[in-house]
Design a protein around this ligand. Structure first.
Ligand SMILES: Cc1ncc(COP(=O)(O)O)c(C=O)c1O
Length: 402
């Protein structure tokens, strides 16, 4: 995970133009969403759906810039939500398509409204199914249970492993055997698992074996099986034929409709974050540049995952003559974007362009330290650039009080 994500073509959407030519006039920091890249991802996903008959949903937790939903909608069956607000967004902004929701636990006061937006509601536990399942059926909606196949396929990556021991996510077979009565099973239309993170289809294959071992006797009674997200389908080199074999195997063996709900794969390499150098300094051997963009505020996954985002025209440390550690202007000592190297020393005012910045950024950023939220621009498929949203002081202040 650490290191540059060099398996991806994060800057292929620039069509050989430089960041300065394309984005030199934009106020920084700002995100730029790449419509043509969304279309390319959509085409890959639609190919999988067409060849296998599965349905693919956009997991909005990764990408929820709804102005761009029309670019993805023709390729997808609908959206997946993590709760009431995302479900409403999906229903409003991808109208006429399916709206699925999974939440660790639903609240009573939100459930009636949720039923207006969602058509598939997935519960995390038998107790939640018992509490809300009858209302789902009464409303004529589809009810599912998230299972935990207890199959960890990612080493040393506990933050993103719902199968880790003691996980709160998904119902294990032991929990199922203890709590699932025949009445509860009758409420169910489908099962859901989500266990992967930026993985290839070999990990899915392993997971499906575990699903079969633990829940293979239940699945023939279900109408659908949702394979969750974490499938890096649009990454170059991803093994799509193996994914399709997995989908067909589930369809044939259990007679279920298969859903996938990737977030990353929908908007992978479909955005940039433009930033400028505010200051350049030296501490001992380390050359540093402070940018007007912050890892902590504007690309939080850089610290959380963690990873080092791709940067246009830069190399890994040692690859080019001038090394620099890039960081944000906040007080957090660890607000470091990463170590890079350049062909020339960085100078105040230089424009830098980070790649793969459409996912888990605009929907996850924050104003810690009173940092301004970056504006959001769209690079349209025809090359036009326009501003979707600009933010200011009020956006910072209005979340904090009257
Ligand atoms: C239940 C569920 N579905 C889908 C996703 C989307 O995953 P990704 O963006 O890695 O494809 C997630 C991510 O956490 C998730 O928890």
């Amino acid at each position: 995970m650490a290191g540059l994500k060099d398996t991806r073509p994060p800057f292929s959407g620039l069509s050989a133009k430089s960041p300065q030519e394309l984005f030199g006039a934009l106020p920084t920091p700002c995100y730029i969403l790449d419509e043509a890249a969304l279309h390319r991802n959509g085409e890959i996903l639609a190919g999988v759906a067409r060849r296998t008959g599965c349905k693919i949903l956009l997991a909005q937790k990764a990408f929820s810039n709804y102005d761009l939903y029309p670019a993805l909608a023709p390729y997808l069956a609908g959206t997946e939500a993590s709760g009431l607000y995302e479900a409403r967004l999906g229903a409003e902004e991808m109208p006429g398509k399916e709206t699925h929701v999974f939440c660790g636990a639903y609240r009573e006061e939100e459930f009636e409204e949720l039923l207006q937006y969602a058509d598939h509601i997935v519960f995390n536990s038998p107790r939640q199914l018992e509490k809300f399942g009858p209302a789902v059926k009464k409303a004529g909606k589809s009810a599912g249970l998230r299972i935990n196949p207890e199959c960890s396929t990612q080493e040393g990556h506990g933050l993103y492993d719902p199968c880790a021991p003691g996980s709160r996510l998904g119902t294990t077979r032991a929990q199922w055997d203890e709590k699932m009565t025949p009445e509860l099973i009758r409420l169910l239309d489908g099962l859901h698992f989500h266990t992967l993170c930026e993985q290839d289809s070999d990990a899915l294959e392993l997971t499906l074996d575990a699903v079969k071992k633990r829940f293979g006797d239940i699945l023939p009674r279900m109408k659908w099986l949702n394979f969750g997200g974490g499938h890096h389908i649009t990454r170059p080199g991803y093994d799509i034929p193996r994914l399709e074999r997995c989908i067909r195997a589930a369809q044939q063996e259990w007679g279920v409709e298969v859903y996938l709900e990737p977030g990353e794969a929908c908007a992978l390499n479909a955005g940039y974050l433009a930033a400028r150098v505010l200051d350049v300094l030296q501490n001992g051997e380390t050359r540093l540049a402070i940018l007007d963009a912050s890892a902590a505020c504007h690309m939080p996954d850089v610290l959380e995952v963690p990873y080092c985002p791709p940067l246009y025209g830069a190399g890994r440390p040692g690859e080019r003559p001038y090394p620099f550690r890039l960081g944000g202007p906040t007080c957090l000592a660890g607000d470091v974007i990463g170590d890079y190297s350049f062909d020339a020393p960085l100078r105040e005012g230089d424009l830098l362009l980070f790649g793969d910045m459409a996912i888990y950024t605009t929907c996850k950023n924050n104003t810690f330290n009173g940092m301004p939220l970056p504006g959001i621009f769209v690079l349209r498929s025809d090359g036009r650039l326009h501003c979707l949203k600009a933010f200011g002081y009020t956006d910072f202040k209005c979340r904090l009080g009257s």
